[in-house]
Design a protein around this ligand. Structure first.
Ligand code: C2E
Ligand code: CA
Ligand code: CA
Length: 720
């Protein structure tokens, strides 16, 4: 490219000046040429450097990169590109056409899509090169999938990118498999805008909206209520895994779901996959279990556990300056009778109805619990003095004024209640419950249908009662009870007409204990049945050894009528002893007749039909209703000793005794005066017309051995 000497045909060449000019021109040309030569060299060097830099740049890219010129010839490519297509170096040279390498590839069977239409495929591929339509995927026969992206460059060439997406495709396929076939409902939703992008079959089936509808929905449409919570989902996608949400089904029902999240890219968008496990049934079961743990199954009222928790709360409030409260224990009177006569199922109905009545009567905030059986407890808040409770107690007692309708049976039951106040009567749940229970115990003892406040000395009394109960059981087993007999004397003849069997308990530590003390305890605990049977059998056996005209009187507790076996028990005792029924007198009190049940009346009549005599004991102390005397044909009335004692000095007693005697005479009933202690008493009683007397004046109760002696004496006296 150096400047050259060109001889020219001009005339000036032949002149010196012309030569000089020519030389100058030559020199200038030469200088220009040298400059141009240098510039070209720089340009070439620059191009070489740029090429090398570009090559270095594309070599560090993970994708395959290729540059083609406007005619589809290779200009530049990186190693990754060559590796993807496994191009052999001898063929693969700059200037070679893409079309040619495609043809080699097709011949090798590299492109499964080209099979059978090789030339068409090559033509389409080359055409596509210059009309790029974004990305497309290319399948290779070895199973790989290549993502192709091509763009036109400024000079009419093409830059192409190749990414091996085989692994991604595999992952996608396994994702689809897991997604579509999963029994757990799943959605994919766009993090931006919450549009549902995909749902699996389980979701379509479980939610019931239909696939198309779901794909047109935003997640908020099924996410019940709080779309706001959705915002927290994607921010804390990992953290909120396993949290419980509520979803709405197409039918409108709300279900509880545990949601598991996972963030992913779905069709190029950032999305979240959620698996929604329906835990509605489990939650319901859990709630049911939690409810059962704290409530009574029969009445659905809180149980003892919940009562205690509520008490703990109130006690904690109390410690922090809150107000006091009352614990009320309530127990039905004669519930056992309902159960025994009407059956347990009606007994349950009664308890349910009572639960409802109590619930209606008390404000929502107050706790009513069923502790078991016919025992209920009530917590009344804001109580500072007993006066604050009395009003409620009266209202509660009035609930029992209305009869209960048990499947057509109209039943009236009463209740007794005991009250303990916090903090005065205790500062812990155990003590408060125990004290309220003790007060209840007292209320029962004092006559049913009442309420009692706890008092400090109740505790000791209850302790000693418990002790007594235990000792009684022991004595019953060990034969520790005895029966003594007190004579009933004919006032005209002074002869023994009968002997009343009175139980005696010589306690190993306490000495003789009065039946007035232990009989009530035996009645409360049910021990009276065994005790009564013991006395009855012993009395009949002992009386069988007395002369024919001498009777034996046995006291019966109302409790002994309750189980319906009394008649048989009496019959057995008489047969066993060989005693005539006409020699047995059974003493009952007015309390028994308060119970107007069929059972009591029929038992009394049956006993009488057997030949047994029935006496009305302690007459005048209880309700003294003369109607009782007419309701049953009693054989004998025993005037209570409180009217007999000191009768000479008491005009009222005299009037009462006189009235009873005249009533007895008109009804044909014999009258016995109890507690005759003095000759003066005796004289008055005789004057009033009493026929029989009993009391220390004649004799206290004595053991059988001494009774036999007394009877022998009488026989001798008579003979004399
Ligand atoms: P009760 O049936 O009224 O028995 C008469 C009670 O009066 C007896 O007391 C007797 O000792 C007492 N007594 C007799 N004469 C006199 C007297 O002149 N003056 C005074 N102040 N008292 C007199 P006890 O043996 O202590 O019995 C008390 C109560 O215990 C009896 O009263 C009876 O209700 C009950 N009881 C006794 N034994 C039995 C029994 O085997 N079964 C049942 N269910 N109750 C019994
Ligand atoms: Ca008696
Ligand atoms: Ca009596």
């Amino acid at each position: 490219m150096s400047g050259r000497y060109h001889p020219s045909g001009s005339k000036a060449a032949n002149t010196l000046a012309g030569v000089a000019a020519w030389l100058r021109q030559c020199l200038a040309t030469r200088r220009n040429a040298e400059r141009a030569e240098a510039e070209t060299a720089i340009a070439v060097e620059n191009a070489r450097l740029a090429h090398a830099r570009l090559r270095a740049a594309i070599d560090i890219l993970p994708e395959g990169v290729v540059f083609l010129d406007s005619e589809g010839r290779y200009i530049l490519w990186n190693q990754q590109y060559a590796d993807i297509y496994k191009r052999s170096a001898d063929l693969f040279q700059p200037g070679v056409k893409l079309e040619d390498t495609l043809r080699v590839g097709v011949a090798r069977g590299d492109y499964p899509e080209a099979l059978g239409r090789e030339e068409t495929w090559i033509r389409e591929r080359v055409e596509r090169l210059y009309n790029p339509t974004g990305r497309h995927e290319q399948l290779l026969s070895d199973g790989r999938t290549i993502l192709i992206e091509e763009r036109l460059t400024g000079d009419g060439g093409v830059i192409g990118l190749r990414v091996d997406i085989t692994e991604m495709k595999k992952r996608e396929a396994s994702f689809r498999l897991l997604f579509d076939g999963n029994p757990v409902p799943m959605f994919v939703y766009a993090l931006d805008g919450f549009r549902i992008l995909a749902v699996n079959d389980a979701a379509v089936k479980h939610y019931g909206y239909g696939r198309e509808a779901m794909l047109a929905m935003k997640l908020g449409a099924i996410h019940s209520g709080d779309c706001q919570a959705l915002d927290t989902i994607d921010k804390t996608a990992e953290d909120s895994a396993g949290r419980t949400w509520q979803h709405r089904k197409a039918c409108g029902s709300i279900i509880d779901v545990a949601i598991f999240f996972s963030q992913l890219t779905y069709e190029g968008q950032s999305a979240a996959l959620i698996a929604a496990v329906d835990i509605t049934a489990r939650k319901r079961a859990e709630a049911r279990i939690a409810f059962m743990a704290h409530h009574d199954a029969l009445t659905s009222l809180p149980n003892r556990v919940l009562l205690r928790l509520r008490m703990e709360e109130m006690l904690a409030g109390l410690r922090h300056g809150g107000s006091g409260f009352a614990v009320i224990c309530l127990d039905l009177d004669n519930f056992k009778w309902v159960n025994d006569t009407l059956g347990h199922s009606l007994g349950d109905t009664l308890l349910q109805q009572l639960g409802e009545r109590l619930r209606r009567e008390l404000p929502e905030r107050e706790t009513i619990a069923r502790l078991g059986g016919d025992e209920f407890a009530i917590l009344q808040s804001h109580v500072e003095t007993p006066g604050d409770v009395s009003e409620l107690m009266t209202r509660l007692l009035s609930l029992f004024g209305e009869p209960f309708d048990l499947d057509g049976h109209t039943v009236t039951v009463g209740a007794s209640m005991g009250v303990a106040l916090a903090p005065d009567d205790g500062c812990d749940t155990d003590r408060l419950l125990k004290n309220a229970d003790m007060a209840l115990y007292r209320a029962k003892a004092e006559g049913k249908g009442a309420f009692c406040f706890f008092e400090q000395d109740m505790d000791a009394r209850v302790q000693s009662r418990r002790r007594l109960e235990i000792d009684m059981r022991t004595a019953l087993q060990a034969g520790g009870f005895e029966v003594h007999y007190q004579p009933l004397v004919g006032l005209d003849s002074g002869e023994f007409r009968a002997f009343e069997a009175l139980i005696r308990w010589p306690h190993p530590e306490r000495g003789m204990i009065s039946p007035a003390e232990f009989i009530p305890v035996a009645e409360e605990t049910g021990l009276i049945s065994q005790l009564g049977l013991f006395v009855l059998r012993r009395a009949c056996a002992d009386a069988a050894r007395w002369p024919d005209g001498v009777n034996v009187a046995v006291n019966l507790s109302p409790i002994q009528f309750k189980n319906g076996v009394l008649l048989q028990t009496v019959r057995d005792a008489l047969t066993e002893a060989g005693l005539s029924p006409t020699r047995l007198e059974l003493e009952i009190t007015e309390t028994l007749l308060l119970d107007k049940s069929e059972l009591v009346s029929s038992t009394l009549h049956a006993l009488r039909a057997l030949g047994v005599r029935i006496s009305m004991d302690d007459f005048g102390t209880g309700y003294s209703s003369l109607s009782y005397l007419r309701s049953f044909p009693f054989d004998k009335i025993k005037i209570d000793r409180s009217f007999v004692h000191d009768i000479s000095a008491n005009a009222d007693s005299q009037a009462i005794v006189r009235a009873i005697v005249s009533l007895g005479e008109s009804l044909g009933i014999k009258i016995t005066a109890e507690g005759v202690e003095t000759e003066t008493d005796l004289a008055y009683l005789k004057a009033e017309g009493c026929t029989e007397g009993q009391g220390f004046l004649f004799s206290k109760a004595l053991p059988q051995r001494e009774i036999l002696a007394l009877l022998a004496e009488q026989k001798t006296r008579r003979a004399a």
